[in-house]
Structure formats: structure tokens, C-alpha cells
Design a protein around this ligand. Structure first.
Ligand SMILES: Nc1ncnc2c1ncn2[C@@H]1O[C@H](COP(=O)(O)OP(=O)(O)OP(=O)(O)O)[C@@H](O)[C@H]1O
Length: 574
């Protein structure tokens, strides 16, 4: 119910368009009825050979309704689709606004295929909301009232027949179909999402699946879901056929009843014979408004299921509450961690346990430690991706919580092992760091990252495409592009999170100089499990199970012969 209230609220601003679409829809059916009524009347009257002039008004009526039906149908489609797409765009905007604060912490709970399914399929389904759920009952009611009044002019019993048919066809059949199709709408939405998730998972991991010979197993899984989905789609197709047949039955029954009553009235002299065909055909065509009602409950269930999935994301609590007030002015940009404790979930062990350290302005600190020690968690907290539980992080003399997330991220440039490159041009990928960056700034950053000369060798230069994930570039070129991005952003604090991991030794050595250059004049935090080049650090913190177990510079730590020394001799320094 909550999701439907949410959707209805999104539709409310377009109430004028909605009313217009409903009126146009009713006018389209009215024109259809009018065409049938005037045509039948014309045929009946013409059979009596009256003077042609007597038929002129009816002939004009036939022409008018023939044309107006097409015009109203066009206008109705135009306005109702316009409303639908406006509402869809609203849903998309709300959805993006809702999920933005969830990234990345809360979105990790969702599989990427499932997220994609929500963003695309669950939003798309909402185009049925107005066209197939809200509009048909209103239009049917308008037609019933309008045509019912017209029939009442001849005999109120015609109106009663019409009302009974509309009651059975508009309420009875949808109620029966609802019983038979219960759960199908929700299952269709869930199965489609599951199928999308499985396909996305398989595509993302195709290299591993091929390498381990597991492609067939995954394809079987996809086929199983697809078969289940097909089964549900067949079920709804059968029900759709059944509902059309039942509606057809009601329409024919209605026609027959009107004819029987009409013949009796003609025999009693209470109805002119020329009106008989007109009333019968008019009634039959009014049932056009009934047909879409049969599947309203099914579409409603489908829309609710999809909207529930959208709301689940929109209403999820972000991991970090953004500070709504203005950020304070930082004083000096020192970074201070005081007795900091953090865990990802309430019942999990601490990922960071009473961590205290300080990086003075332009200081250089490295955090090293074995896998799972908590190194990346420090970065996650600094970038405000997650909220810390106890202790403090201060930036420039103010708690990190006093800054808005955007402002914190403005102070920090990050270079990681997995910098994402978009399937766009080199220029667009660089400007991500500074959309308003000038050509000179772009070239300067690329020159400093030793990327400029390579870019000039490309036929399109800065406008060359890098391919999905930057696959048209080598590992070193990708990393240089990432360095150029950070240079362009020119943030005073720099985080290097395993920035060299994954590069071959030659490339690593070649990129190293640019990275050192990047560190010049910046407060730097280096996160690594490889002890390479750490001699230049002011302080090295050795983290294990979320706690600082050793600290000092490279020489001091080697002398301590503790974990750092062990990591050094076992090869982490190579
Ligand atoms: N999103 C998450 N949800 C729950 N626990 C997590 C999450 N990310 C990390 N952890 C846990 O937190 C602890 C610290 O992880 P973290 O990624 O900070 O370690 P790390 O030192 O960076 O490891 P690595 O060098 O392998 O990247 C680990 O026990 C890990 O399992």
C-alpha cells in the first residue's frame, strides 16, 4: 500500500494531464459508440427509403464520429503516454536521488544485476500504472454513466442491462482473474530480476567460468529461471485469453438482452423499429471500455511488486548521514585519528580497534599490514563511505562529521589499484576529476603524469576512446591516466591505496616517479601490503587485526624485528 501511495503522490502534480487523458479516452469510446449508433440508425432508416435530405444529419454524424474516433484516439494516446513518461522520469529522478547516498556501503548488499533490474525493469513496469491500472476503471465508469443515460431515454431497463453487464464484467471477471492470477505478478517481477542478476553475474565472471569449465552449469541455472519465467508468462497469457473470452461472452449476452428487450418494446409499440439496431450495436460497442478491466488486478500486483523493490532501496538508511549545515573552514588540514573504533556490522568483530595516529600537513604516513588488517577500512572512513562507531577523526581541527560528504571528498585525491575508466574519451575520463578543467590544465596534468606524449600518438588524441574499463590502454597507461586525474583534481590530501599493486615491476618502477611527484606538497596516506619505497615515509603504522601493533620509520621498524621485519624478509618488500 505504501508503494502505491508513493506512486500516486508522484502522479498528483500531473492531475490536469491525467483528467484530460481520461476524458479523451472516454470520448474515443463515445465516438466508437456514436459511429455504431449512427451507422445502424442510417441503415435502418435508409431501408425505409426516406428522402435523402432526411438522412443528411445522420450521414454527417457517421462522418463526424468516424473522424472524431481517430482524432480522439490519437490525442488520448498522446496525452496518456506523455503523462506516463513524465511520471516515469519522476520515478527515475527519485530513485537516483534515493540511491546516491547509499553508495557504496549500502549498495554492496545488492547484486549488480539486481540493481540494474530495479533501475531499468522495475521502473519500466510503472508505465502500466496509469495506462493499465488507474485509467481503465475511470473510463469504464464514465462510459457507463454517459451511455447509461442515453439508453434511459428509450427505456430504463436498457440501462439496467448495461449496468449489470458492467458490474459483472468490470468487477466479477477481474475479481475471478485476481483469484486465479494471485502471486503471478509478483513472481514475474522477482523472476525477471533473478534472471537479470544471473545473466549479469555470468557475463561479469565469464573469464573465470570459461577457465574453470563452469559455463554450462551457469547456463543451466539461467535456463531453469528462464523456464520458470516462461511458465508464469504462459499462465498470464492463458488468463488473458480466458478474460477476453469471458468479456466477449458478457458483451454478446448484453447485446442479446438488449435485442430481446428491444424486440418486445417494438412489438408493444413502445420503441420505433429503426432504433433497435442502433441500441443493440451501441451497447455492444460500449463494452470496449470493459475489456481492459479484466487484467487490472494482475497489473496492479505487478506494479506494486516492482514499486516495493524500488522503495526498498529509496528508503534504505544511508551508512553515513550527511551533515546538512555548512562545513567548517579547516585549519591546516592535519589528519588526526583518536581512539577510533569501527566495525561493518553490529555483531562483527572490530575492523579498526582504538586506532590513534596523526598525519601533519604535508606529512607522509603509510599503513601496512597483512590482508584483512583493516587498511582499506581507514580509507572507507576518511572518504565518509562508512560511519565510525567510537573515537574521532579530525580534519583541519574539526570532526570529519561536521563536514558535508562532498566537502570532505573535495580535500582528498585517491589513487587506487582499481581506478575505473569509463567507456568514454581520454578527455572525458580526465575531466571527471574537474569538469570545468581547461585544455591547458588537462595537458599539464597529462604531461606531469607522462601520458601526454602517448596521447598525441593516438589518431584522435585526447578524444580517443579508451574502451570498457579502459581495456584499450595498458596497465601503466591506465595508472598514468589515474595519476593525471588526481593531479587535475589537485586536492591537498592524497590517499594511495595499493596504487602500484597489479603493475609489473618495470611499469611500477616507471610510474613510481610520477607517484612521488604527486606526493610532493600533499598530506599523504599510503595504504599497502607491499613494503616498497617506504623509506620516504615519516611514519609507518603496522596494522594487524585492526590494531596498530608497531609504529616508526622504515629503519626503526626493521630494527624491532617484529611483524614489519617479518613481512620484509618474507618478500613483501620486493
Ligand atoms: N563491506 C564489508 N562488510 C563487512 N566486513 C568487511 C567489509 N569490508 C571489509 N570487511 C572486513 O573488515 C576487515 C578489514 O578489512 P579491510 O578491507 O580494511 O582489510 P585490508 O587490510 O584492506 O585487506 P586487503 O589488504 O586484503 O585489502 C576484514 O576482516 C574484512 O573481512
Amino acid at each position: 500500500m505504501k508503494s502505491m501511495t508513493w506512486l500516486t503522490r508522484l502522479m498528483l502534480p500531473y492531475w490536469r494531464h491525467i483528467i484530460l487523458a481520461l476524458i479523451l479516452s472516454a470520448l474515443t469510446i463515445t465516438s466508437h459508440i456514436g459511429l455504431m449508433v449512427t451507422s445502424a440508425y442510417l441503415l435502418a432508416r435508409a431501408a425505409l427509403h426516406p428522402p435523402v435530405l432526411d438522412l443528411m444529419v445522420t450521414i454527417v454524424g457517421v462522418r463526424f464520429f468516424g473522424i472524431s474516433r481517430a482524432v480522439f484516439r490519437y490525442l488520448e494516446r498522446y496525452v496518456s503516454h506523455d503523462v506516463t513518461f513524465r511520471v516515469l522520469s519522476q520515478i527515475r529522478v527519485k530513485f537516483y536521488q534515493g540511491i546516491e547516498p547509499l553508495a557504496p556501503a549500502r549498495l554492496l548488499n545488492f547484486r549488480s544485476g539486481d540493481l540494474l533490474s530495479r533501475i531499468v525493469a522495475d521502473v519500466e513496469i510503472q508505465q502500466n500504472l496509469f495506462l493499465r491500472v488507474f485509467a481503465p476503471p475511470f473510463v469504464a465508469l464514465l462510459v457507463l454513466l454517459g451511455y447509461g443515460l442515453f439508453l434511459a431515454r428509450y427505456d430504463t431497463r436498457f440501462s439496467v442491462i448495461l449496468a449489470v453487464c458492467f458490474l459483472v464484467g468490470g468487477l466479477g471477471i477481474p475479481w475471478a482473474i485476481k483469484g486465479l492470477s494471485r502471486g503471478v505478478g509478483r513472481q514475474l517481477v522477482d523472476l525477471k530480476a533473478e534472471l537479470n542478476t544471473q545473466v549479469a553475474d555470468t557475463l561479469l565472471g565469464i573469464t573465470e567460468l570459461v577457465a574453470y569449465g563452469r559455463v554450462q552449469a551457469y547456463l543451466d541455472e539461467i535456463q531453469r529461471t528462464d523456464k520458470e519465467l516462461l511458465g508464469q508468462q504462459r499462465r498470464i497469457a492463458r488468463l488473458s485469453g480466458l478474460s477476453s473470452a469471458l468479456m466477449g461472452l458478457i458483451a454478446n449476452l448484453g447485446l442479446w438482452l438488449v435485442l430481446v428487450l428491444g424486440i418486445m418494446l417494438v412489438e408493444n409499440g413502445k420503441l420505433s423499429g429503426v432504433n433497435l439496431g442502433m441500441l443493440a450495436l451501441g451497447t455492444f460497442s460500449s463494452f470496449e471500455a470493459l475489456f481492459p478491466l479484466a487484467l487490472v488486478p494482475h497489473h496492479l500486483e505487478k506494479n506494486r511488486a516492482a514499486a516495493d523493490r524500488l522503495l526498498e532501496l529509496i528508503e534504505a538508511e544511508p551508512a553515513v548521514k550527511n551533515n546538512e549545515t555548512l562545513s567548517p573552514k579547516p585549519d591546516g588540514l592535519d589528519l588526526v585519528f583518536t581512539d577510533l573504533c569501527f566495525r561493518y556490522e553490529r555483531d562483527e568483530p572490530w575492523a579498526l580497534n582504538h586506532l590513534s595516529f596523526r598525519i601533519p600537513k604535508q606529512g607522509k604516513v603509510a599503513i601496512v599490514g597483512p590482508s584483512g588488517a583493516g587498511k582499506t577500512s581507514v580509507v572507507n572512513l576518511l572518504l565518509r563511505f562508512w560511519e565510525y562507531d567510537e573515537g574521532r577523526i579530525d580534519l583541519g581541527g574539526h570532526s570529519l562529521r561536521e563536514y558535508t560528504q562532498e566537502d570532505v571528498r573535495c580535500f582528498i585525491g585517491v589513487l587506487t589499484q582499481r581506478t575505473h575508466l569509463f567507456n568514454a574519451t581520454i578527455r572525458e575520463n580526465l575531466l571527471l576529476a574537474k569538469p570545468e578543467g581547461t585544455e591547458e590544465e588537462l595537458i599539464q596534468a597529462s604531461q606531469q603524469a607522462k601520458l601526454h606524449d602517448f596521447i598525441l600518438t593516438l589518431p584522435q588524441g585526447y578524444d580517443s576512446y579508451v574502451g570498457e574499463g579502459g581495456f584499450q590502454l595498458s596497465g601503466g597507461q591506465r595508472q598514468r591516466l589515474a595519476i593525471a586525474r588526481v593531479l587535475l583534481k589537485n586536492a591537498p590530501i592524497l590517499i594511495l591505496d595499493e596504487a602500484m599493486a597489479g603493475l609489473d615491476p618495470l611499469t611500477e618502477r616507471a610510474v613510481m616517479d610520477e607517484v612521488y611527484q604527486l606526493m610532493e606538497g600533499r598530506t599523504t596516506l599510503v595504504i599497502t601490503h607491499r613494503l616498497i619505497g617506504l623509506e620516504k615515509m615519516d611514519e609507518i603504522l603496522v596494522l594487524d587485526h585492526g590494531q596498530i601493533v608497531e609504529r616508526g620509520n622504515h629503519e626503526e621498524l626493521l630494527r624491532q624485528e617484529g611483524l614489519y621485519h617479518k613481512m620484509w624478509v618474507t618478500g613483501a618488500g620486493i
